[in-house]
Each structure stands twice: as C-alpha cells, then as structure tokens.
Design a protein around this ligand. Sequence first.
Ligand SMILES: [Zn+2]
Length: 138
Amino acid sequence: MTHVPTELRREVIERAGNCCEYCRIQQDDYFFTFEIDHIIAEKHRGKTTSDNLCLSCPDCNAYKGSDIASLDPETNELTMLFHPRKHNWSDHFKLNGVRIEPLTAVGRVTEFLLRFNMIERVIDRELFGSVGHYPCNS
Ligand SMILES: [Zn+2]
C-alpha cells in the first residue's frame, strides 16, 4: 500500500465530508478510522492522485479489495464498480430506509461485492439513522 501524503489525505477526507463514499456512513460514528481507497487499485496501475482516491469505511474497503469490476447478476456482463469520482451516488443507488438498493448494473455489482446490505451493516446504519446521522449529506 502506497503512502498517501498528508495533504492529499486531508483533501480526500474533506471532499468526502468525513463520509464513506460507498455506503455513506460517517467516520465520526464509526469505531475504526476510515481508509483512503485507491478507486482503481495500484495493481491495475491506479495512481495516488486526487481523482483516483476516495474515503472508504473499513468494511467497504475490505470487501472491495483491489477489485475494479464484477459480473452483473442480471446480465452476466462485466461491469465496472461504482467510481466515486466519475459517478453520482444517487444515479446508481437509492435508500429504502437504510437498505442500499441498486438502480443500475454499476449499482448491482457494487452492492453485491461490497456487501452493503449484510445484516450487521444494516443494523449499524439503523442505529446511526436513529440519531439522524445516516446517510451523510455528501
Ligand atoms: Zn462504507
């Protein structure tokens, strides 16, 4: 894992509003420190530049790993994952309560691979939502 310079790290956190750019939970609510994710992983020649970095909670980052695409369960087509710098979250997902429902192929592969709706994660979001902290506004 490449070191992300402090200034760039700060820029990514501020741009994200301290929120996971995949599942939209707030870092302030979470026990573990959020991580700077290479959207296109370094092993695929993704660079450590602002336009390839996003803020991710540890769960999203762990399930995403170095993946950049998956097979859409509806069409079996190879489909790129959600790219927080190129895609608009609400074009690909919608909230049903605190469940994250995909709207597109990009949404379907990302929701599946990052396991947005694992019961433990839904329970966490219900808790954050009950005190008005979910979803993040960013
Ligand atoms: Zn997340």
